[in-house]
Design a protein. Sequence first.
Length: 201
Amino acid sequence: MAEGLDDLVMRIRACRICAEAKRPLPHAPRPVLQPGPGARLLIAGQAPGVRVHASGRPFTDPSGVRLRDWLGLDEATFYDPHHVAIVPMGFCFPGLDGKGADLPPRPECAPAWRAQLLACMPKIELVVCLGAHAMRWHMGAAWPGSVDAAVRSWRAGLALSPPVIALPHPSWRNSGWLKRNPWFAADLLPELRDRVARLVA
């Protein structure tokens, strides 16, 4: 890891901003990310879930299995920071709401760390965005206002610099959406896999 990035990641792993906030995390912070100074592909997710919080490794849950299938990547390549950077909008598991669903990423995290972290990864050539928070950040004025609209208009994201491909969250809760939208597997996934294959070659 490059010296500047190494120092930054050490500071991120020691971060306690959300633990000391007015509404603190319900547990000890455990930032989970996979930076890569030479990575050409960036996975921009929301925040770790409870299983990832326990493992300390991104996407060690069923959504990770589906995401790797969408990308056309095996586990070894996916977890190789020379190829893939995984940087969620919030680095720590934010806890659960009253219905047992994950809370949104903590608002303190991205403003504190994201811009300087991405500046240490200048080789990114494609950003794969999962969720509204990541899409708003990486798409800027091109963000159409909803995840559904961003995924449906995914070709527009390819004109951004770096290009962005918006995906629905790979949670199994979205299986119904995938069945109702066969164009996702027929049109978007082949383009995604082709671009990813070229980036990790």
